[in-house]
Design a binder for this molecule. Structure first.
Ligand SMILES: *Cc1c(COP(=O)(O)O)cnc(C)c1O
Length: 356
């Protein structure tokens, strides 16, 4: 037997979450966002469970080509477009829809020798100030693009900075409306948060990511608890040692936890080198033998320690859920000052992964 840490991916939950999105945005088509290796789940493991999607969105050419080689014939959207002009022959060969956000990309597209025009997602900067053209420039860019032989269908695209807030899309939507004035083109605006909480932003194509994997775009599981979405990734391990502390004894690096009285502590075979957040403080929720308890002391590279007071029956070999169905990844992330997105993406390559 090997080290007991294991990630399990529930592909039925993934398919279910796509259906939840479908019901939330019934008149829109869906780009399932599988960037960052499907948010750490492994694009090759999970894409088939999403095969009823209308398209896949990502940003690595390697991931796009992999999907084509696996047989996906539907649309693929490259969310950041091409990074250098010399990628355009591959966009052409694999028929990739490209986001277009900068002047140099227009020139590159104009000068490329393509077999057929590429569909374009013209990116509007609606206030995020990362990628895209300012609203007042969009009409000019759109007209310029329409005159290019290498340009196929044009869709207007924007990305929200704060769609998890009730008021978060009001100003961006106004800028998008200004940019889109006089332009008859489909629109794609909504990330997970806007897909769930702002139907007025759905338009033609929504672009959900995190919600497909079963975590909350706001970072708070309560915000999606009744939405029907289910966690896809479960990270499990086992207790590999037990210590009985006396009052005043400390645990782990930095002696950050000190027992106030006699206390049983379990040592779990999972640490930050597996992707568990090193900054998770004492008190981070964890499931031992089906019972909620908490971590105590510092997270080590390969181990972490838990309070066994609520589960006196637990011992060596007892199963532990770090996150999954019972302990939501959002809870662990929130305790650690981060978001579920980061924890998923940070699942370490050394952790074996199985799909069910
Ligand atoms: C990552 C990303 C999404 C998906 O965001 P979620 O919050 O995971 O739903 C949508 N659109 C763009 C442009 C993105 O980069």
């Amino acid at each position: 037997m090997s080290r007991p840490v294991l990630a399990t991916l529930d592909l039925q939950a993934l398919a279910n979450n796509l259906q939840v999105v479908r019901r939330a945005a019934p008149s829109a088509k869906i780009w399932s966002v599988v960037k960052a290796n499907a948010y750490g789940h492994g694009i090759d493991r999970v894409w088939r469970a999403l095969h009823t999607t209308d398209g896949f969105a990502m940003l690595n050419l390697e991931e796009a080509i992999l999907l084509r080689e696996r047989g996906w014939k539907g649309p693929i959207l490259m969310l950041e477009g091409f990074f250098h002009a010399d990628e355009l022959p591959l966009f052409d060969k694999y028929r990739l829809t490209t986001s277009l956000h900068s002047n140099w990309q227009i020139n590159a597209l104009q000068n490329a020798r393509l077999q057929a025009p590429l569909d374009i997602y013209l990116k509007i900067n609606s206030g995020m100030n990362r990628l895209g053209f300012l609203p007042e420039r969009v009409h000019g860019v759109w007209q310029q693009l329409r005159g290019l032989a290498n340009v196929g269908e044009i869709t207007l695209m924007s990305h929200f900075a704060a769609a998890e807030h009730p008021q978060g899309i009001i100003a961006p939507m106004a800028r998008i409306a200004q940019a889109a004035e006089g332009i008859a083109a489909p629109r794609s605006l909504a990330n997970s948060a806007a897909t769930l909480w702002h139907p007025e932003a759905h338009y033609d194509w929504v672009r959900p990511g995190i919600v497909l994997y079963g975590a909350s775009p706001s970072g708070d599981w309560q915000d999606v608890a009744t939405s029907g979405i289910r966690p896809v990734m479960t990270l499990n391990s086992e207790i590999i040692a037990v210590q009985t502390l006396k009052a005043g004894d400390t645990v782990g690096y930095g002696a950050r936890y000190r027992a106030g009285s006699e206390q049983r502590i379990g040592v779990v075979a999972c640490g930050y080198a597996d992707g568990y957040p090193r900054l998770a403080p004492t008190g981070t929720p964890i499931l031992v033998d089906g019972i909620r308890t908490t971590t105590v002391g510092a997270i080590s590279m390969d181990m972490l320690t838990v309070d066994l007071t609520p589960c006196p029956q637990a011992g060596i070999g007892t199963p532990v859920e770090l996150w999954g169905k019972a302990i939501k990844i959002d809870e662990v992330a929130a305790a650690s000052g981060t978001v579920g997105y980061e924890l998923m993406c940070a699942l370490a390559p050394r952790v074996p992964v199985v799909t069910v």
